[in-house]
Design a protein around this ligand. Structure first.
Ligand code: SME
Length: 154
């Protein structure tokens, strides 16, 4: 199966998994597990915006840093700039936060609320250089759009 076929299946799987579900933690946990297992990434997880920082959420992979500031690292930059960031070589990204020395490339996709505010980011790391391209971006943005309605502010 090529990458596009894997992602097409993944989107259907995620759609079925989250159908009718309302608990954010349960949904984020299963969504990152589905992405991680289907695509075979090194680290896949969510950070939520909590008290004006990114706080670690459900993930698959080795332990990771728990707090990331606005504009810090790839995640904080994706939050600040409200856009997906693809990093082909983490060593060339100024301010990259190395949670694992084995991470070589990375993609971070913001989850936007209905009001277009960043409420979380989906962060995926690879042990290989230049793993992520516009196909990953397209499908992972679709996944993040599917999660957006669950981030209702209380
Ligand atoms: N590398 C990220 C930090 C999170 S870990 O990769 C899980 C960054 O620079 O924001």
């Amino acid at each position: 199966m090529d990458k596009t076929e894997k992602y097409s299946l993944l989107i259907k799987q995620i759609s079925a998994l989250i159908d009718g579900e309302t608990d954010l933690v349960a949904v984020m946990a299963n969504v990152c597990a589905a992405i991680h297992e289907t695509m075979g990434f090194w680290w896949t997880g969510f950070y939520r915006v909590v008290d004006n920082e990114l706080l670690l959420g459900p993930f698959q992979g080795p332990v990771a840093c728990m707090h990331i500031g606005f504009g810090k690292g790839v995640c904080g930059t994706a939050w600040k700039e409200q856009r997906t960031i693809i990093v082909p070589d983490v060593e060339l990204f100024p301010g990259h936060i190395a949670c694992s020395s084995l991470s070589r490339s990375e993609i971070v996709v913001p989850v936007l609320s209905k009001g277009r505010e960043v409420v979380a980011v989906l962060d995926i790391d690879s042990k290989e250089l230049a793993t992520f391209d516009n196909i990953d971006q397209q499908y992972l943005e679709e996944v993040c759009k599917m999660l957006s309605p669950l981030f209702v502010k209380h």
